[in-house]
Design a protein around this ligand. Structure first.
Ligand code: PMP
Length: 372
């Protein structure tokens, strides 16, 4: 008790008021080492990365290489990205996952009271990063079919605007022509497009980079390239924006191992494409099967689907699945309590999901129908 009071007193002078008040970001559950689960809760790829990655990692840890610091500007990884996407190296910066790049962008653009705008529901890390900066958050609700409220967002003219595209957790994509229109309207304000899931979608915003100097595009190797554990992200923007981000970056933000893996992974984008096609096929089978069970499913352009049972709390179903060894994501917010976000796994994993899900849904709808 006294200890609690004392530690609160200590906290009072140790930390900023805003940090004391804010809640931490809550990542999706990660299983303990050795725990066997079907993991459909954090949108990882169910297929392994290119075998070239394993060879590159082995080479990176051999001999005495790890004695030395890694390349501070991630030269080889960035060169691989420049070749693959036909974008000059001076327009690319690498991050320890795109989460780090987001943190760098927030740090470089937002001071206390500055505005940041995005549509919700979306990736909740944006809120966390904004609160750390003591920025003023402008939330704009997505439309009934999760369409982006473009006009409202454009008119807010926030210092920083973010569009998660495809959006999480809805899986919906705002077409590139609308992104271009928004970039034009925002003119001298920064517009970040978080394209973490874009390899699973029909189009992307990279071709717009040449025409819009205020555009910043984020990619990750965590999803389509099956490298969530390696922590590799890329940011594409005007060289002036890249220079600003370089100033707030940790000196050696990516390890030698990650850099070697990233450079090789991008050289084998054919491997990634093959896996993405498999995920997309499983995605359409999954969407149909969920609809058959009575879920409302918005067609997804990502490697997950959002399945809703309007008016019904999905928390007990999530717990039931967990007991069956299957992790899916449920967000305990009013807007999403009737929804499950389910990552696309292998066909066998999805079969196991439906074997567990069907009785849970039947049970809960039977309960609802029975007289009180
Ligand atoms: N953006 C979105 C929308 C995401 O869902 C994620 C993954 N949680 C990220 C960025 C971060 O990905 P990473 O840090 O693994 O690159």
């Amino acid at each position: 008790m006294t200890r609690g009071v004392e530690s609160r007193k200590v906290e009072r002078w140790m930390f900023r008021e805003s940090i004391k008040k804010m809640a931490a970001y809550v990542p999706g559950e990660q299983p303990r080492p050795g725990q066997r689960v079907i993991k459909l809760n954090t949108n990882e790829n169910p297929y392994p990365p290119s075998p070239r990655v394993r060879r590159a990692v082995a080479a990176a840890v051999s001999g005495t290489a790890l004695r030395l610091y890694p390349a501070p500007r991630a030269d080889e990884f960035v060169a691989s990205a420049a070749r693959l996407y036909s974008i000059p190296q001076k327009m690319i910066i690498a991050g320890n996952g795109s989460d780090e790049l987001l943190a760098m962008i927030f740090r470089a653009t937002l001071g206390a009271g500055d505005t940041v705008a995005y549509a919700v529901p979306t990736y909740s890390l944006y809120d966390t990063l904004a609160l750390v900066q003591e920025a003023r958050i402008l939330h704009f609700p997505l439309g009934a079919d999760f369409e982006l409220p473009l006009e409202a967002i454009a008119q807010a003219r926030a210092k920083l605007t973010i569009v998660c595209n495809p959006n999480s957790p809805s899986g919906t994509l705002t077409p590139a022509r609308k992104i271009a229109a928004l970039a034009k309207q925002l003119d001298d304000r920064l517009l970040v497009i978080d394209e973490a899931y874009v390899d699973f979608a029909e189009e992307n915003a990279l071709p717009l980079l040449k025409r819009h100097r205020n555009l910043v595009i984020l990619r990750t190797l965590s999803k389509s390239y099956s490298l969530a554990g390696m922590r590799l992200g890329l940011c594409f923007a005007h060289p002036r924006a890249i220079n600003a981000l370089m100033k707030v970056k940790d000196s050696y933000n990516l390890s030698r191992v990650a850099l070697a893996a990233g450079a090789e992974a991008l050289k084998d984008s054919a491997w990634m494409r093959k896996n993405v096609e498999k995920v997309k096929r499983t995605r359409s089978v999954t969407e149909a099967a969920l609809r058959k069970l009575g879920f409302v499913v918005t067609p997804s352009q990502a490697n997950f689907v959002l399945a809703r049972m309007p008016g019904k709390n999905m928390a007990p179903v999530t717990r039931g699945l967990r007991r069956a060894g299957i992790l899916v994501r449920h967000f305990p917010t009013p807007l999403l309590r009737d929804a499950l976000r389910i990552s696309i796994g292998t066909p066998a994993e999805m079969k196991a999901l439906f074997a567990a899900l069907e009785p849970l849904i039947k049970q809960s709808t039977a309960k609802r129908r029975s007289p009180a």
